[in-house]
Design a protein around this ligand. Structure first.
Ligand code: ZN
Length: 189
């Protein structure tokens, strides 16, 4: 038997962990895809654009703290650190919004904090926005009218402006995704 591939094993352990945390979660789009599809997409985008392994792992786990907040035992940064290391846990913490704040405040803070993020966190957040823009353009959440979708895409662009510079190919993918989303929304107007 060959030696186990530690990198692949760690990635798949994170994917399984995320699938368990998100087992009952669904995306907001009309088809209500399993939420884990989103984090797999984020991790794939990171892997395809040369992000470091800890960023890819954090991509799989990036919504686990935020989305387990109503669980009987919410997931903590300390637990993630014990399972996947401090670097991954720190990245996930950087990508976690403070849900005690009103939504508009959280959105403003994302714009404000983006430029000060570490390079790996910038890549992770950019990949997250790319996945979300694709979803907003192609399968918008029920009840989101055209104006709300345009507003979301514009906000994602303002956050992304502060995230650029860490990974040029990811920056280019964001720009292409942003343009495609705006073009599609303009056609629907
Ligand atoms: Zn996300």
């Amino acid at each position: 038997m060959e030696r186990p591939d530690q990198g692949a094993a760690r990635l798949l352990r994170a994917a399984t962990f995320a699938a368990q945390v998100h087992a009952t979660h669904r995306r907001k789009g009309a088809s209500a895809e399993p939420y884990v599809n989103h984090v797999l997409e984020v991790a794939q985008i990171l892997a395809e654009h040369g992000a470091p392994e800890d960023a890819i792992i954090a991509g799989l786990l990036h919504d686990t703290i935020e989305d387990s907040d109503k669980d009987p035992e919410p997931l903590t940064q300390a637990r993630l650190a014990a399972e996947f290391g401090e670097a991954v846990a720190g990245l996930v913490a950087e990508a976690t919004d403070d849900k005690s704040l009103p939504k508009e405040v959280r959105k403003a803070l994302q714009v404000k904090h983006a430029p000060g993020c570490s390079a790996a966190a910038k890549m992770l957040k950019l990949a997250d926005k790319i996945s979300n823009l694709r979803a907003i353009a192609a399968a918008p959440p029920a009840g989101w009218d055209h104006a709300r979708r345009v507003e979301y895409v514009g906000w994602a662009g303002r956050v992304a402006a502060g995230l650029k510079g860490a990974n040029p190919s990811l920056d280019a993918l964001f720009d292409a995704t942003y343009r495609a989303a705006m073009t599609r929304l303009a056609e629907e107007a």
